[in-house]
Write a protein that binds this ligand. Structure first.
Ligand code: SF4
Length: 307
């Protein structure tokens, strides 16, 4: 009997949990495990780290502390499920520890080497794996009411927008992809990874590619047994505006952020990650055409006011 099988309970067959774990790997995770929900570790210091010292995104994204769900709400939700698929996505050091990367990220700009955009692909992959797990659990008649990704959704999903839609009062643009991060909810993902034997390198603004092995982004999808309510249906995104006026605004916003053809061409080394993310989008939206429209929606925006 494998370690994962030993942890399963009668209400969810081990084969179902194993197929969810396999889905995470197929969707692009570097590794994935199924754990009892009670093994999800919480530590209030993790959530506080977003606020003290204040992260550039603290309060600027609806999912980032001090906004978002309380630790108690999240803990109650996770524990009500019974199990969780916990996964990691490794990011090459040349991307996540590129020189000067933090400065570009903190100011909402793209670096000429294309590392900010490439890093976005790895974060998008994590968001999409969480949603694929929740979707698959629903199709299997299981409950997965909340999922947890890595980082903030503002940089990954609304990079070219001047404000988070929830904070601006116009609603979330991407409820079909957005999730709070594990860390924003006070989950101690690093300690959980250590328990799994995963090697995690802390990455700070002064790191250099040669000083770390790789970056590690983690995500979690709680899974529960069949419940009285029908399985959760993933929310629909806002309808994208694909008109000429919006296209002009998006172009201006992307130029303002430093986007150019050179950055696009430098995505070659991370093409596999972009491809996996697009395949996940095709699964989530139902077709490659819809995935393309969704990608355009993710790249749409409006220039920031500069004075
Ligand atoms: S996806 Fe965009 S609009 Fe939705 S919560 Fe995240 S930043 Fe806000």
């Amino acid at each position: 009997m494998s370690a994962m099988q030993a942890r399963t309970s009668p209400e969810i067959p081990s084969a179902s949990l194993e197929s969810l774990r396999a889905l995470a790997l197929d969707a692009g995770a570097t590794d994935a495990v199924v754990i009892p929900a009670k093994d999800v570790l919480f530590d209030p210091r993790v959530r506080f780290k977003c606020m003290v010292p204040k992260c550039y995104m603290s309060g600027a994204c609806a999912h980032c502390p001090p906004l978002g769900f309380t630790m108690q709400e999240v803990r109650d939700s996770v524990l009500s499920h019974g199990y969780a698929v916990f996964f990691k996505v490794e990011v090459p050091a040349r991307v996540i520890a590129a020189t000067g990367l933090a400065g570009y990220i903190n100011t909402g700009n793209l670096d000429p080497e294309g590392c900010v955009l490439a890093l976005g692909a790895y974060y998008l992959l994590v968001f999409s794996i969480v949603k694929r797990l929740q979707k698959k659990a629903g199709e299997m008649g299981l409950s997965s009411r909340a999922g947890f990704a890595a980082g903030n959704c503002r940089d990954a999903l609304c990079h070219f927008q001047p404000l988070c839609g929830e904070i601006a009062g116009t609603g979330c643009r991407h409820p079909d992809l957005s999730s709070p991060s594990m860390e924003s909810c006070g989950m101690d993902a690093f300690s959980m990874a250590a328990r799994m034997g995963w090697e995690v390198f802390p990455i700070g603004g002064t790191c250099r590619p040669e000083s770390v092995g790789h970056g590690t982004l983690m995500g979690l999808a709680p899974v529960g047994g069949r419940d009285a309510a029908p399985p959760a249906v993933l929310p629909r995104p806002q309808k994208p505006d694909l008109g000429l006026g919006q296209a002009k605004k998006s172009l201006a916003a992307s130029r303002q952020a430093g986007f150019n053809l050179g950055i696009l061409l430098r995505q070659g080394r991370d093409a596999r990650t972009w491809g996996r993310f697009l395949a996940n989008l095709a699964d989530l939206t139902g077709s490659w055409t819809a995935a393309g429209a969704k990608l355009a929606h993710l790249f749409s925006g409006r220039p920031r006011k500069t004075s």
